[in-house]
Write a protein that binds this ligand. Structure first.
Ligand code: DQA
Length: 147
């Protein structure tokens, strides 16, 4: 299956950015381990990071046009602000898992609200980079059960 992985603003700075919250792995490290895992599971990954909201919206439109099977998204700060990303995901009807490296519930109160969680298949937060791998494993299982 084709699985799209979307990463929001500032995640290009992983590794140097607030390692206490986000760990020391870079986004490239995360991408490399996901690519290996996807190959083992027999999936094709399409991995992106964007600092601009409209670029994420356009990747979701692209996923719809290309009939992608699943989306794993860490919307970063847009989690807490973006009706546009919510609407794009609703329009696409593609099932998705929301991932956060940090435990957003143990931080500032404004991080507790997500515009996406209620329409997600599931949400993983607080488990660092392994959250992405757990999401890929779960996507694999969900797709296997539906096919
Ligand atoms: C984040 C949590 C968000 O609140 C924050 O704005 C981020 C990263 C995470 O992965 O923990 O940029 O999505």
């Amino acid at each position: 299956a084709t699985i799209i992985i979307l990463n929001g603003p500032n995640l290009n700075l992983l590794g140097v950015r607030e390692p206490g919250h986000y760990g020391t792995k870079t986004l490239e490290d995360i991408q490399n381990s996901l690519e290996l895992m996807a190959e083992d599971l027999g999936h094709r990954l399409d991995f992106h990071q964007n600092n601009a909201e409209h670029e994420i919206v356009e990747h979701i439109h692209g996923a719809l046009h290309n009939q992608a099977d699943f989306i794993i998204i860490n919307p970063a700060a847009f989690t807490h602000t973006s009706v546009a990303i919510r609407d794009a995901l609703l329009a696409s009807k593609i099932p998705f898992i929301e991932v956060h490296l940090s435990n957003v519930h143990a931080r500032e109160p404004f991080r507790k609200h997500s515009y996406l969680s209620d329409i997600a298949e599931g949400v993983i937060c607080g488990l660092g980079a392994s959250g992405y791998e757990l999401a890929l494993q779960a996507a694999h299982q969900i797709l296997a059960e539906r096919n």
